[in-house]
Design a protein around this ligand. Structure first.
Ligand SMILES: *Cc1c(COP(=O)(O)O)cnc(C)c1O
Length: 220
């Protein structure tokens, strides 16, 4: 079933849109099943769970960290990911940069935007991020590659609202590139989950993060 879902989603995704299979809370066997179906990018939201999976799963998996990253876990994560999608504060960004430099690696990250209505979601407000790029704060980074933005739409059945949220994320990405046209490789727009990814793709996503539709319901 996992293999079928992976193949189905890949056949539906337009050229140029990548799939991150969100395997959080699902066992390594489930990841392996998706891997055997050709999937290589997986998303995890907890550092411990990710480190345990890395130990037992194939080395060519590209791991994306997608959860809120606590500063006291940063060091453990550095060097383990292909992309940290969820940088939600400047403090976290600076720490990732510092630890990456110490470890002698370059860490690829996305800046997480907060556009959804829920109070609990992490991330930068669009204006905050635009301000950061206007002030060219990124020039101080030594061992971090800013690769783009990530965001989530409001958790609602109102698809008009969902589309607006995705539009805001995509638009913020465009505005950042206008503000700082010299940014290299700031080209990823990660948005869209099981329930809303087709809308996200219509609004400009080139990376979608899908869990439930592939692996089933999570038992937290
Ligand atoms: C869990 C999670 C997903 C996957 O959500 P599904 O609805 O299961 O597809 C995507 N993005 C983030 C940031 C998540 O935490």
């Amino acid at each position: 079933m996992i293999a079928e879902e992976i193949k189905k989603i890949h056949s539906e995704l337009p050229q140029g849109v990548e799939l991150c299979a969100v395997s959080k809370f699902h066992p390594a066997e489930a990841v392996k099943e998706a891997y055997d179906a050709g999937q290589r990018i997986f998303g995890e939201s907890r550092v411990q769970e990710l480190l345990e999976k890395i130990k037992i799963l194939p080395a060519d998996i590209k791991w994306h960290f997608i959860g809120h990253l606590q500063t006291n876990k940063v060091r453990q994560l550095i060097g383990k990911t292909s992309l940290i999608e969820s940088v939600d504060s400047l403090r976290l960004l600076e720490l990732i940069d510092k630890e990456s430099e110490k470890a002698g690696v370059v860490t690829r990250v996305l800046m997480q935007l907060h556009v959804a209505r829920e109070e609990t979601k992490f991330g930068f407000y669009p204006e905050e991020l635009l301000e950061y790029f206007s002030a060219r704060g990124f020039e101080n980074l030594k061992a971090t590659h800013l690769c783009g933005v990530m965001g989530m739409a409001s958790n609602t059945d109102d698809m008009t609202r969902v589309r607006e949220d995705f539009h805001t994320i995509s638009d913020t990405h465009k505005r950042i590139l206008e503000i700082a046209p010299d940014l290299q490789g700031f080209d990823t727009v990660s948005m869209g989950m099981s329930g809303d990814w087709p809308i996200a793709v219509e609004e400009g996503a080139n990376l979608v993060r899908i869990g439930t539709a592939i692996f089933g319901i999570r038992n937290y």
